[in-house]
Design a protein around this ligand. Sequence first.
Ligand code: KPL
Length: 310
Amino acid sequence: MKIAVWGAGAIGLLWGARLVLAGEDVFLVTRTRKQRDELNRNGINLTEPSGASCCISVRAVWAGEKMPPFDLVLLTVKQTALPPLVPLLAQRCRQGASLLLMQNGMGQEDLLKAEAPGDHIYRAVTTEGALREGTVGVIHTGMGETHIGPIEGGGETRVIRWIRGISHQGLPVAFNSGIDRLTWQKLAINCVINPLTSLFRVKNGGLLAFDFFPYWVDSILEEVVRTAEETGIHLSREELKEKVYHICARTADNRSSMLEDLSRGKPTEISFINGFIVRQGKQSGVKTPMNGLLYDLVRTAEGSHGEAEV
Ligand code: KPL
């Protein structure tokens, strides 16, 4: 199976390295020629959670150049980078290829379904920590697990057999037929941590010190739970609340991806996180004032780049 890891950020580099080590036929697709050249010259510099590091040779191609047709594409680019990629993906994939979405947030599946109707779409939800270092380096900051499942049911497929195969080779992945519920749970966590850390310019653990935090957690999660319910997904607010506190504590020293984006003047994924809840709420008649407020505030902050962190 010819595999592409499309997007060589932290998760892309981590998965590119792992798949090469597992002996898979994999290409890393980069946004820039510079990163392609460096990867082809130096490989991926992977630092394990133990601190040990090694260099892994990879084949990298630039998104705009000729490449072999792929059977499976791991999409590790941000949601914001996806729309212009969709026509390219259609050209670079074999008919009936599989796409594996590895981003935060929800909302781009419809675009992919419309533009690549024959393709099978899977989603991954990961609890692994990875931090990009320079152009070709990635630090694996925390072990975790990645659950993968189809976004629309279906029987046994080549990709499902592949997931089982790589999990037997020691890669921390598991097939999960209920990936929708896990995706909503991850979305709920991102709806709380990402906008609040970026608006208050604190690391994930910093949120725990704010008096207002419990109130915000309850109100944001309540809206997410009610919105999810309308799509047939049952979530428990109490369980989500526990997860939010647990992640804030476990990743206390991390800057959320949205805080990173905002500080660097890059577009954030807010439209696919709180913005997704607002859109879903409008469709189903659920009021979402807290998520709406956070969406508006982050959109406003996107206009003013690079302020100092508190
Ligand atoms: O997924 C994350 C992100 O930063 O996007 C969390 C869970 C908040 C960890 O930082």
